[in-house]
Design a protein around this ligand. Structure first.
Ligand SMILES: [Zn+2]
Ligand SMILES: [Zn+2]
Length: 255
């Protein structure tokens, strides 16, 4: 099992991160990617990842933080990208639901990160909420591979991602009774499917409402297997292999 997207730098893990990680390994996880939300956070994520070869990290700016980006942050991200252990750019993207940063700023900051991904050859982790049309347009023009994380978009965005060769990642939302996107979960080709916790957010059933943690990706895998009519152990192995391939980890660190 592999948690392809979580936020180990979050304050809510500060007091007991070692125990959280122990539970993840005990649950059968073999890898975790901790995702950055800003240039400073990317440095903190890198420092956590350095502690264990099973943990990897990304460098990038979340759309919520796009309004506070300064030019030197792009330099810091590019610099971090040369370090071993940084496996992707992100998370970046567009969030028109919360609109925490102006939309034109979000697009500009997203575009810059797509360019860094293209330059470095790293894949890009994309957050898209209530922004299907603009996200799809930017993916179409991007020269990078990527994943739509915690996918909650519509069929047009899904198909754009498929044509571009991108991956689709599902989080704990799929364990909720009101999960609306079952058709697209089922339509995701087996070799393009990733699973994630997005912890500490979005704890899956039966932990809903609590602080989420990487170990609970097991619940999301079980739900995905049920909804797709597949064997859970096989899906765990497949999505683990997909995550390793997506992040370029084949032959790196432990398996
Ligand atoms: Zn996100
Ligand atoms: Zn995230």
């Amino acid at each position: 099992m592999f948690d392809s997207h979580c936020h180990l730098t979050d304050d809510r893990f500060a007091a007991d991160l070692d125990e959280v990680l122990d539970r993840a390994w005990a649950a059968g996880l073999t890898g975790i990617v901790t995702i950055a939300s800003s240039a400073d956070d990317a440095r903190a994520a890198f420092d956590i990842a350095r502690r264990d070869p099973r943990i990897h990290s990304t460098a990038g700016v979340h759309p919520h933080e796009a309004g506070s980006v300064r030019p030197e942050h792009y330099d810091a991200i590019r610099e971090l990208c040369t370090a071993p252990g940084i496996v992707a750019i992100g998370e970046t993207g567009l969030d028109y639901h919360y609109d925490n940063s102006p939309r034109d700023t979000q697009r500009a900051v997203f575009q810059r990160q797509l360019e860094i991904a293209a330059d470095t050859g790293l894949p890009v982790v994309v957050h898209s909420r209530s922004a299907d049309q603009d996200t799809a347009a930017m993916i179409r023009d991007a020269h990078a591979s990527g994943v739509l994380h915690c996918f909650a978009g519509g069929v047009d965005l899904f198909e754009t991602a498929m044509v571009a060769g991108w991956f689709i990642s599902f989080a704990g939302l799929i364990t909720f009774r009101n999960f609306a996107n079952v058709d697209l979960l089922r339509a995701t080709p087996r070799d393009r499917l990733l699973l994630e916790t997005d912890s500490p957010y979005l704890a899956p059933v039966p932990h809903r409402g609590r602080r989420n943690e990487p170990a609970w990706v097991v619940e999301t895998c079980r739900a995905a297997a049920d909804l797709r009519g597949e064997d859970a152990a096989l899906l765990a192995a497949t999505t683990t292999a997909n995550a390793r391939r997506f992040y370029g980890l084949d032959g790196v660190g432990s398996t």
